[in-house]
Design a protein around this ligand. Sequence first.
Ligand code: FAD
Length: 545
Amino acid sequence: MRDIDVLVVGAGFAGMYAVHRLASDGLSVRAVEAGSDVGGTWYWNRYPGARCDVESLEYSYAFDDDLQQEWSWTERYAAQPEILSYASHVADRFALRDHIDFDTRVVSVVHANGRWVVTTRAVTDRSVHGDALGDDVTVWNARFVVMATGCLSSANVPDLPGIADFEAAGGTVLHTGRWPHDGIDLAGRHVAVVGTGSSGVQAVPLVAEAAEHLTVFQRTATYAAPAFNAPLDPDVEASVKARYGEFRAMLQKRATAFGASYPRAHPSALTVSAQERNEILEDRWMLGGFAVSAAFADLLSDPEANDLVAEFVRSKIRAVVDDPATAELLCPTQTFACKRMCVDSGYFEAFNRNDVDLVSVADNPITRLADRGIVLADGSLHEVDTIVFATGYDAMTGSLARIDIRGRDGRRLVDEWAAGPRTLLGIAVPGFPNLFTVTGPGSPSVLANMITAIEQHVEWIADCIGWLDAHDHVEIEASESAADEWVGHVNDLAASTLYPTCNSWYLGANVPGKPRVFMPVLGWPAYVRRCNDVAAAEYTGFAVT
Ligand code: FAD
């Protein structure tokens, strides 16, 4: 058993920064990462078209001014390989790999005698269905554990009957988040893309170009706006870098559109004339990305305002897609932006190709795989030799639930969260002292620019550990009542909006059997103020011993 101050689980942007900050604070730190290198999301998601939909100058660390000045992005929206290079550059620059065990999975985290006993096993093989683990175990004895396991890191591969038969008959099964690292040649293949969320929308145009034929299986049509991606304008880069601190501070005040730097929202879609509304929406549309979702302050609270924006987006889809029946199928009907809006580069245009078909599985779901393809409820067979599941993740709780985490008195995290995650600030869980979750459920996480959210959490956690040590405290634990109050607050905020009106992964609705609970908290600036207030008041809501 090896003693350590802090054991960090995961080496994506959260784990990397946690290692850097905590080691800089003089603590002994070890991170354990299932992948073979740093980068997390950007290490795993190597599917064609994988790209950030927050602009490069915003989706990057702010904690080190030299780092943000010296790194140059090539595009307005960085593609996966460039973000992975950035992660690697950060790891080199701060010598982070010295602190990380790669190809190793944390299998259990158990509280015993006031410490955390963390057991890891080596990853011996990987496939779309998960990791194979070796028998050798390493056991760590840590005072603190930082779960930097990621909100979107547990691939949701549908458990369909017949998958093994399809593979045995020579078919290939892929998931966007477990993409083969040596790539895959799709030339000559008949490919299915299942799922039309962010990953599917990004992958479809490039899979269509590469494959012989593509069939897209859609359960819910998606709202997507064009990225208008382009090489990063050197003048824009220079002007941001000349005032990077001020630019980041301005982003901290944004509560909508993932904290992006779009112009502030107009107060209401209903108090402007139809012509004015259309002009505003056109302007936003031409800005690209999520800008349209930040057009009006009431579009996620007033159904009428939402309908007007939704209809505007549908009109854009109809204008692109040639075949009216296909266009109608691609037009979403759910509340606009209550599922994560997508940012596309040629998604709707792909359906104008002769070698791309769209199949709705809304009322005729996929029931199984056969040797030669996908079978729907009505018995129809769609012949394909390669299936790309763009079916997303067991979001926010999945990677935590896959670890056997036992707190005080043997309380199991999965049992504690059976009715939905219960945290204080998305950082701490009652019954699990000295264990922190970075961007955990109950924090803004996936509704924010996630690197910003990660930095805020890591700094709060590191400051908290520093405060405990400075005051000779041993342990900190969220109180039951404060966690109940916080969960109620998260639910109340969500209930005051249109977010709960559709089946999104924010609500866990993409995973069969998962409780329907809105997991992220709304409102970035108010959340940050709350975290700061809690720390300034010497950790109200926490028991300190
Ligand atoms: P991750 O990057 O997910 O890293 C977690 C790491 O923990 C993983 O490497 C995983 O292998 C490891 N891990 C998990 N469990 C264990 C275990 N038991 N043992 C060992 N290791 C473990 N966010 C944005 O803000 N803007 C975007 O545009 C954006 N685009 C995205 C596009 C895609 C396709 C995806 C999947 C996500 C996107 N995100 C985006 C969210 C993205 O996940 C975050 O921005 C960020 O990369 C998360 O960093 P992280 O370190 O918290 O988690």
